[in-house]
Each structure stands twice: as C-alpha cells, then as structure tokens.
Design a protein around this ligand. Structure first.
Ligand SMILES: CC(C)(COP(=O)(O)OP(=O)(O)OC[C@H]1O[C@@H](n2cnc3c(N)ncnc32)[C@H](O)[C@@H]1OP(=O)(O)O)[C@@H](O)C(=O)NCCC(=O)NCCS
Length: 332
C-alpha cells in the first residue's frame, strides 16, 4: 500500500547559464535599439545565449547535476524526471528522456511539461503531487530553455527580452510535517493564444519553405497586453494561494516571481503593497529565461543566503497560453 509522506521538500537546487554573455550594446548592433531603451523599459542589461550545438538538454543536465549534488543524494535514488520547456531539443522524444540518459539516471518516469514561462512552477506542482501520492520518493524538476534560436533578430520588440539557461530542483519526501511545498495552484486561459506564440513548426503550420520565408518559426508577442495580464494574474495567483493557507503577504519572507520585465515586478510589488526588496530579481543579468527563470532565481536566492530555514517563499509565474501558477514553500 502507498503511504503518503508528511511533506515534500526542495532538497537541493541548481542552475546553469551559458558562457556567452550578450550585452544590450551587442543587441544594438543587431537591431535598432539602445542600452538605455532596454534598461529603462525592462531592467535587462545582458543575457546569456547558448553556444551553437549546446542544446536545452545539455543546459538542463548541467543544472540537474548541481541540484543532485546540493541535495546530497545518489542519482539512483531519483525516480521521476519532469522537464519544463517550450524549446525542446526536438519535438520528440521528450527532453526529459534525453536528460535521463545524459545525467545517467535509472529507467524512471520521464516527461516534459509545456506551460511556457509558467513551466517551472507547473512542473514543481505536478512532481510534488506525484510524490504526495506515495508512488515516488525523489523527483528531479527542471526548467530549461534555449530561446535564442526562436528569437527574430529583425523584431526589436521581442528579441531583446529573452535569454537562455536552465534550473533544477530535487524534490524529496520528508517525514517532517509542515515544511516544504505547502500548496500550489495553476491556471490557464487559452482563448487568445496569439498574444504570445510561435506560429510555425507544429501541425497548424508545418515547417515548409513558405513558413520559414514568412518568419513563422519565431516568437511573436503583443507586449503591451501581456504586460497588463502578467501583473493581474500574478497578483491574483499570489493572493489566492496565500488566502487558501490563511496567510497574507506579510508572512512571506521572499517572493520569487517570473523574470520577464522589472517593471512588471515593480507593478506587482506596488499592487500587493510589498516592499520591492522582498522580490528576488536577476533580470539585469539573465533577461527572460522562460521556464528556467523562477528556478534560476530560486537557486540564486538560496545560494546568496536570502532564504533561511523556516522562511515562507512564494514562487509565482505567468507565460504564454496564457498560463499562470504559484507555489508556497516553507523552507525546511
Ligand atoms: C515589450 C515591452 C518591453 C515594450 O515596452 P512598452 O513600454 O510597452 O513599449 P511600446 O511597445 O509602447 O513601444 C514604445 C516604442 O518603443 C519602440 N520599441 C520597441 N522595442 C524597442 C527596442 N527594443 N528598442 C527601441 N525601441 C523599441 C516601439 O517601436 C515604440 O515605438 P513607437 O512609439 O515609435 O511605435 C513591454 O510591453 C513588455 O515588457 N511587455 C511584457 C512582455 C513580456 O514580459 N513577455 C514575456 C511574457 S512571459
């Protein structure tokens, strides 16, 4: 008989950023933009781009190895792999299967989650539910993204925003009650997918010479609309999950929001009346790394000593779909 554990903890985290740094001045050599415009509108100063031939699964593997080392468990103990990505190495097999082989894990359950920039939070929520069932003991949750190949370097309104990277967490069952992932929520509104999408390459517009000529394999976005929705859904998700647990924003030691735009984070903080200092951000160095973003920020915040035992941490994200999600974690 399956025995549900007392709690699910984040036993270790890791992240990886590719070596190549692309500054705003570098971007200004590609499209008509400036360091000043990008910095003041987004907070981004630079981002990392993966090397040619360096894949999403390569970055995921690097982050995974660090998370496993931080968790201090043997890789044989991992019995579940969930990878969140919208830029898989290939449509199939899943990036999770490729990571399984590259990290040298056993023949355990492995699959991808596609929730765009909400992917890490979605994956965390799915994996923790699977652990909560008692059927799994240690899950490797990864958010990894190589956005650079789907950026249109003829579209200055989008190409300056994104970067590449990966993040990972080992989730483990624990006998200690009241710690770890206290709860999670998710949501989606698929009524307006064109707000942020990659039209080509799927079954709607299969890859063809025409689709490539029409630049349909690149990311397209209505930035203004997404901005407004982002602030609204992240506020709602944060307040909803706190309310479900009888908590308020005052109880949260650190917010880890999706890193899309510094002005989105500032608006969110203002609307929730929380000092900006309680929001971790790394936009200046990473840009928007999509599904990797929340995990990179979490790993960074923990390694910088911003998260202590007993702290309540709220992860919140939004992304294409539209999707959104939040997780509430009491650090063990
Ligand atoms: C994209 C975004 C930064 C644009 O900022 P904005 O303040 O809304 O800017 P606007 O779209 O109003 O554009 C203002 C002007 O700047 C120009 N502009 C856009 N990108 C530019 C760039 N990289 N460099 C210079 N000028 C630029 C526009 O063409 C426009 O010029 P115009 O007034 O002559 O037409 C902002 O809307 C945003 O961040 N949205 C959310 C995007 C996001 O987070 N996506 C990821 C979701 S997971």
């Amino acid at each position: 008989m399956l025995r549900p554990p007392a709690s699910i903890i984040i036993a270790g985290t890791g992240s990886y950023l590719p070596e190549k740094v692309v500054t705003n001045d570098d971007m200004a050599r590609l499209v008509e933009t400036s360091d000043e415009w990008i910095r003041t509108r987004t907070g981004i100063r630079e981002r990392h781009f993966a090397a040619e031939g360096e894949t999403t699964s390569d970055m995921a593997t690097a982050a995974a190895n660090k998370a496993i080392a931080a968790a201090g468990i043997a890789r044989e103990e991992i019995d579940l792999i969930v990878v969140a990505t919208m830029t898989p190495d290939m449509p199939f097999p899943s990036t999770a299967c490729l990571v399984q082989a590259k990290v040298g894990l056993g023949n355990v359950t492995a699959f991808d989650v596609q929730a765009a920039c909400s992917g890490y939070v979605y994956a965390l929520n799915i994996a923790s539910s699977m652990l909560q069932s008692g059927a799994y003991k240690n899950a490797l949750v990864i958010g990894a993204e190589k956005t650079s190949p789907i950026l249109d370097f003829q579209d200055r309104t989008t190409c300056v925003l994104f970067g590449d990277g990966a993040s990972a967490a080992v989730l483990s069952t624990s006998a200690q009650p009241g710690v770890g992932i206290l709860g999670s929520i998710g949501g989606a509104d698929g009524s307006n997918p064109e707000l942020l999408y990659q039209p080509g390459g799927g079954t709607a517009i299969p890859a063809s010479v025409d689709s490539i000529d029409a630049r349909q394999h690149f990311l397209k976005m209505n930035g203004k609309e997404i901005f407004k929705l982002a602030v609204r859904v992240m506020e709602q998700a944060s307040l909803q999950i706190l309310d479900q647990h009888g908590l308020t924003t005052k109880d949260v030691a650190l917010f880890i929001p999706h890193q899309a735009n510094m002005r989105i984070i500032e608006s969110l903080a203002k609307r929730m009346k929380v000092p900006l200092e309680r929001f971790h951000n790394n936009l200046d160095r990473c840009g928007n790394t999509s599904a990797a973003s929340v995990g990179i920020a979490l790993d960074e915040a923990f390694r910088q000593g911003r998260i202590q035992s007993g702290d309540l941490v709220l992860l919140v994200a939004f992304g294409a779909g539209l999707t959104w999600g939040a997780s509430l974690v009491k650090w063990h």
